[in-house]
Ligand binder design. Structure first.
Ligand SMILES: [Zn+2]
Length: 320
């Protein structure tokens, strides 16, 4: 069976996995990232990929999912606010180091490819993945092909504004982006926004930095009033974004991944009727909303799938 190395390059760590054509992860190596300068990240990538290559023996190619706007034909990171990079020659540098074909794509687009090929979206041709984590990453599959856009920007669903007047400020500088309102970070911000109505809330006992979306989600599931008020606003904003996506794409399925999605039916049962209520022109109930299946592995599996397919799109041209 052909295998590839699939790499998930995050803001705090890098994970490299040996992945087969069946989408199964054979081995995995992880390293923390402390220094985000290009040379330091290259060194960390070299170390983790090197370990994975020693496990793997023969591999066809290396695939890397990275945050930012990425030219998937050259593997250059055109712009990544997470790393503070512009026009960073990531693919080119690694190709020279390993002498193997190296493919680089946006991390969320890679995760979409993985979730579509081997996860929740397996049987679909029109599919959207959203990862609700620190931000919201997304990707769109139409008629079986990943949508790349004119300049690699298709799928930046997290930055469509849903509350431009009264929303939270997004990391991208706009106000009320879907990501600012309906990511894990959004849930935390909703919790602080409604806090004045709950002065004796146990959620406020921990310091501001320690309040995690997981803690809020669990408190909401346990019936805590403060957490439920925040959760209700969060679900309302999530529903607006999902209904917008349905109006744009009407996919067969939207899969929700990331930390918040571990709430499972507690989240789905709340959001589905609100999405229906906001769905007007597209026939209601024609987009299934589910929880993604691959979890944190989606990025590595998708990056390896990209490498095995020779790029994010069938038409990708990449130098070895
Ligand atoms: Zn934004």
């Amino acid at each position: 069976m052909r295998t590839a190395i699939g790499v998930d390059l995050g803001g705090s760590h890098v994970t490299a996995a040996v992945v087969g054509e069946d989408g199964a992860i054979r081995q995995q190596h992880e390293e923390d990232l402390e220094d985000l300068r290009f040379e330091a990240v290259i060194a960390a990538l070299e170390a983790t990929i090197g370990m994975a290559l020693r496990d793997a023996g023969d591999v066809v190619a290396i695939g890397i999912g990275s945050p930012g706007n990425i030219d998937a034909s050259s593997g250059a990171v055109l712009y990544s606010p997470n790393f503070g990079w512009e026009n960073a020659p990531l693919g080119q540098t690694l190709r020279a180091k390993f002498g193997l074909p190296v493919f680089v794509g946006n991390d969320a687009r890679c995760a979409t490819l993985g979730e579509h090929a081997f996860g929740a979206g397996k049987a679909t041709t029109d599919f959207v993945l959203l990862t609700l984590g620190t931000g919201i990453g997304g990707g769109i599959i139409g008629r079986g092909e990943l949508l790349l856009g004119n300049r690699w920007g298709a799928g930046e669903i997290g930055h469509h504004q849903i509350r431009p007047r009264d929303g939270f400020v997004c990391a991208c500088t706009k106000i009320g982006c879907f990501e600012a309102q309906a990511s894990g970070t959004g849930l935390i911000r909703h919790t602080f926004a409604v806090a004045p109505s709950f002065p004796r809330s146990p959620l406020l006992d921990v310091s501001r930095e320690k309040l995690s979306s997981k803690k809020i989600r669990r408190a909401a599931q346990a019936g805590d009033g403060h957490a439920l008020a925040a959760w209700k606003n969060f679900i309302g904003d999530l529903a607006i974004g999902l209904a917008n996506i349905i109006a744009f794409v009407n996919p067969q399925m939207i899969a929700l991944g990331g930390g918040v999605s571990t709430a499972g039916d507690f989240m789905l049962d709340a959001v589905r009727p609100q999405v229906d209520a906001l769905t007007t022109m597209v026939p209601r109930g024609t987009t299934e909303i589910v929880v993604a299946l691959l979890g944190n592995d989606a990025g590595q599996v998708g990056a390896a799938t990209m490498a095995l397919r020779g790029g994010l799109a069938a038409a990708s041209v990449v130098a070895a």
